[in-house]
Design a protein around this ligand. Structure first.
Ligand code: NAD
Length: 393
């Protein structure tokens, strides 16, 4: 071996040793990360025990959002990509949530209590029958042909939960209520709350609770699912149905029936109607959807997925939800009027002279100001979805 060969080999060895040293440091750091995660998991177990004892909800959206926000700011401070950090922490939190839920959701808050599911053969009825049974409740079903057995079905009942189509709900409540034991809770799952809670209060003098699950019958889990609870006639001993839902991992949101209906008019009626209108317009113009997708940006694909999703579902259910109350129908009329007003913007844009363009831009800026800090969150969340779509399609 020549002198030069020897030098080259030494240099290569030094390089190797340096790389091995760096890899060793990474191994050490990974080891510490694993140890830290194990320590974190132990603290999570203490939180589980604490929540289990007090029957508290597993998921606290506001706390998670706040944690993610702080981790992101920390990431920026130490020169890390906040999106990368957020993804790691969302994974960690998802895992700790699912272990908490698995542990807590087995509990029946009032096992052995007798629950009558009115319309229990329907989609939502079957879902709740399964969950209540799994937590040790005695579940009875009242379907269309079971009314002659009503007295037996109501005997010793702890809760009657009405889950019939919206249009049938008020009449069903009126028919059922006189047969319920005095201390039994009368509750419902209807998507519209003011008329149904009123019907329960008018027809029954015992405890009354309104529920609206913000999820459909196909949900495999209650984890992080939202249940709106609208107060009717509450007593402290009647909190167990909402506590049961929280114990399954769900999030209970309390709202007066009027507020619930007002918000739902936007979240459900307006949203679905706007989606319907967009889909209808595409249909009327016989747009070649697949061809548009070949040119599409991910955001267009995402939007079209939402439209396609609506038309893949049950039109009766959507018609019930969208047009359920006069208030909802009024809101839709206002929306259509507002769309018509946009013609003014179009006209202003066409009037090329006289600074016509300002109309759209000025309006846009004003609306953007109104959206305020939500815009950052919207960019972040939609960005996440778009990236997932790009990964997949
Ligand atoms: P569904 O049509 O699947 O079930 C309704 C059931 O009620 C049927 O089995 C029907 O036979 C029964 N029924 C009708 N009239 C009856 C009567 N007089 N006596 C006894 N049973 C009767 O409807 P669903 O989707 O399960 O919806 C039920 C309720 O849940 C509705 O109030 C709806 O607003 C609410 N909800 C539904 C969803 C959803 O995504 N499906 C989500 C949230 C809330």
């Amino acid at each position: 071996m020549t002198m030069t060969d020897q030098t080259v080999t030494d240099a290569a060895r030094r390089e190797q040793a340096r790389l091995a040293g760096l890899r060793g440091q990474i191994d050490d750091l990974d080891h510490q990360l694993v140890e830290l995660l194990a320590r974190r998991q132990k603290v999570v177990a203490e939180v589980v025990a604490f929540k289990k004892e007090r029957q508290l909800s597993v998921y606290h959206p506001a706390r998670e959002a706040d944690m993610i926000d702080r981790r992101r700011r920390h990431a920026l401070k130490v020169g890390l990509d906040p999106d990368y950090l957020e993804e790691i922490f969302r994974n960690i939190m998802r895992y700790s949530r699912s272990t908490q839920t698995a542990e807590i959701s087995r509990i029946g808050v009032k096992p052995g209590a007798k629950i009558l599911l009115v319309g229990g053969g329907g989609a939502m009825g079957r879902l709740f029958a399964r969950w209540f049974k799994a937590s040790g409740y005695e579940v009875r079903i009242l379907e269309v042909g079971d009314w002659e057995r009503l007295a037996a079905l109501c005997s010793g009942l702890d809760m009657a939960l009405v889950s019939v189509p919206i249009a049938e709900t008020v009449a069903t409540i009126a028919r059922l209520a006189p047969h319920l034991p005095k201390e039994c809770i009368l509750a419902d799952l209807t998507s519209v709350k003011e008329p149904t809670v009123k019907a329960m209060l008018d027809n029954f003098s015992g405890p009354v609770l309104g529920f609206h699950p913000m999820f459909g019958p196909d949900t495999p889990t209650m984890e992080r699912q939202i249940m709106v609870v609208t107060p009717g006639r509450e007593r402290p001993e009647n909190r167990w149905p909402a506590e049961q839902f929280a114990a399954w991992g769900g999030v209970v949101v309390r709202a007066a029936a009027a507020e619930h209906d007002e918000i739902m008019a936007v979240v459900q009626a307006l949203r679905h109607f706007a989606t319907f209108s967009f889909g209808r317009f595409l249909y009327q113009r016989r747009i070649d959807l697949n061809r548009t997708l070949e040119f599409s940006s991910p955001i267009y694909r995402l939007e079209l997925d939402m439209v396609g999703r609506l038309f893949a579902q049950d039109p009766e259910l959507y018609s019930e939800i969208i047009f359920a109350t006069p208030e909802r129908r009024d809101l839709l009329r206002n929306y259509l009027e507002s769309c018509k007003n946009n013609l003014e913007i179009l006209a202003a844009e066409e009037a090329v002279t006289g600074g016509g363009r300002d109309s759209f831009v000025a309006e846009f800026k004003e609306i953007a100001k109104w959206f305020g800090p939500f815009s950052d969150q919207a960019i972040r969340e939609s960005g996440y979805l778009i990236n997932k779509l790009i990964e997949r399609f």
